[in-house]
Design a protein around this ligand. Structure first.
Ligand code: FCB
Length: 485
């Protein structure tokens, strides 16, 4: 089971699967080309633990991923991010890649343990200096820095004190956000708070397949609330540090398609939409949780809710980051009680029926139509806030051919179809202002180690970290230069 399926097997009786009919080719017109809005930001994304390496250099503290990769059997081939793409030393090479692809925005993340090795207290100046150098080099290259404060690398010390299920972690995050806003707010305008809250809470605290590797459904549910609190507190801390900052956050979203028109399947799709798409994004924006996920009389206890939390977690985000990889067909499944999410202390075996779309090498379904559909859906939730596509991409694992180049036509097709779907949504009024391909380069793909290559650039990890722009990267450079497909 890959990690997208793990997410779907989540908590309850509403299961997720895909069926052939719903995964037809994009609607007529989706393939049409055309121009993107003037000034559209074409970019690429990475994350600190996945590319930086230098895992204990210049005073960096230990993060939960530094620890988790040491646990036997957790990461494919026993890989670690200790060296990764060595971007901590080679960030100038990375920026040269961005330039070569005509990109104008770079989404990267900041490693909290470089800034505060223990997740609290004094600042490690050398860590701060690294991000300051990176920022200056980007600006000098005419590339907009778009940092994410938290892309899953919690300081191990905070995990030892309870981690995301514990409310104090939200306060620690707010301190860290304030430190970053003060340090780099003079040069960086746009900040993302979190990456994919749903993924790291579910896989880290419920499924145990990502750091910190816990399998505790109650802790998981509490962690979702603490992360929402951290959104509100972090947002306020950044604004207090510098009122000019624009603050958003990044949510992974997927259209929920009922497997049939049976009322049970329609209800399953609806509840999965609230739980998977709205639980973080809408909650933070509205300062309240979507109804109908947990039974109203149990929700307060499950979340460890306190008076005033609505205001604490509220953040009137300036922009919204969306990550899109695939769609989800929802079918009602059998749970212990038959009532979604009531039996939070049980996990039920759930086997998704066969997926019938084309798949990437990672086994993820290729479903461009869903990109259009979820953009239209989320626009209704996020109002007129500008949307940045903060991730979208695919793993195809081919290496250099005899000519030394990487021929990856599948990735070009994937991007072309997704750009067409995005353009269709923009023409329908969805305010998308930027797009970041995942990823600038092949990197450490979490529990899958180096086995999945998502890059527009090939990285030869075994031989001196050589970076070679793939055919898809060259093709993307053309799209970015022309601002059209
Ligand atoms: C997303 C993560 C990102 C990367 C891609 C493939 O869920 O945010 O770090 O692993 O998947």
């Amino acid at each position: 089971m890959n990690r997208r399926d793990f997410l779907m097997s989540g908590l309850g009786a509403a299961g997720a699967a895909m069926a052939p009919a719903a995964f037809a080719k994009p609607k007529a017109g989706a393939q049409a080309g055309g121009a993107f809005p003037p000034g559209f930001y074409w970019g690429a994304a990475t994350a600190a633990y996945q590319v930086e390496g230098a895992y204990r250099e210049d005073g960096k503290g230990e993060s939960i991923w530094d620890r988790f990769v040491l646990a036997p059997g957790k990461i494919k081939n026993g890989d670690t991010g200790n060296v990764a793409c060595d971007s901590y030393h080679r960030y100038r090479d990375d920026i040269a890649l961005l330039k070569a692809m005509n990109l104008k925005s770079y989404r990267f993340s900041i490693g909290w343990t470089r800034i505060q090795p223990d997740g609290a207290g004094a600042v490690n100046q050398k860590g701060l200096d690294y991000y300051s150098r990176l920022t200056d080099a980007l600006l000098e290259a005419g590339i907009r820095p778009l940092p994410t404060l938290y892309h899953w690398d919690l300081p191990q010390n905070l995990e030892d004190r309870g981690g995301w299920p514990v409310r104090d972690t939200a306060d620690r995050f707010a301190d860290y956000a304030g430190i970053m806003g003060k340090a780099l707010g003079d040069r960086i305008e746009n900040w993302s708070l979190f990456n994919e809250s749903k993924t790291f809470t579910a896989l880290g605290y419920n499924q145990g397949v990502f750091a910190p590797g816990r399998k505790d459904p109650f802790a998981f549910i509490r962690s979702t609330h603490v992360v929402n609190l951290a959104h509100g507190l972090g947002f306020k801390a950044l604004k207090a540090a510098n009122p000019k900052l624009k603050v958003g956050s990044v949510y992974d979203v997927t259209p929920m398609i009922p497997a049939s028109d049976r009322p049970e399947d329609v209800a399953a799709a609806d509840i999965w939409d609230r739980w998977q798409n709205l639980w973080f994004a809408a909650t933070v924006i509205d300062g309240r949780y979507p109804d109908g996920v947990f039974p109203a009389d149990r929700q307060g206890d499950l979340l460890n809710w306190r008076d005033g939390d609505g205001e604490r977690m509220h953040a009137d985000l300036d922009f919204v980051g969306l990550n899109y990889y695939s769609g989800t067909l929802c079918a009602y499944g059998k749970g212990a009680s038959g009532v979604p999410f009531i039996d939070v202390d049980a996990q039920w075996p759930y086997a998704p029926p066969a997926f019938e779309t084309a798949k990437t090498d990672f086994g993820w379904n290729v479903y461009p139509q869903g990109f259009h559909d979820i953009l239209v859906r989320m626009h209704k939730v996020t109002g007129n806030r500008p949307i940045e596509i903060t991730e979208n991409g695919c793993a195809y694992n081919m290496g250099p051919a005899a000519d030394g180049q990487i021929h990856d036509p599948q990735r070009i097709a994937f991007y072309r179809d997704h750009f067409a779907a995005m353009l269709m949504a923009i023409r329908e009024g969805v305010p998308v202002r930027g797009y970041h391909a995942w990823s600038l380069m092949d990197n450490f793909e979490w529990a899958s180690g180096y086995s999945q290559r998502f890059g527009l650039t090939y990285v030869d990890f075994a031989n001196g970290q050589t970076r070679t722009i793939k055919d898809s990267g060259r093709w993307y450079a053309g799209v970015a230069a022309a601002n059209r497909i």
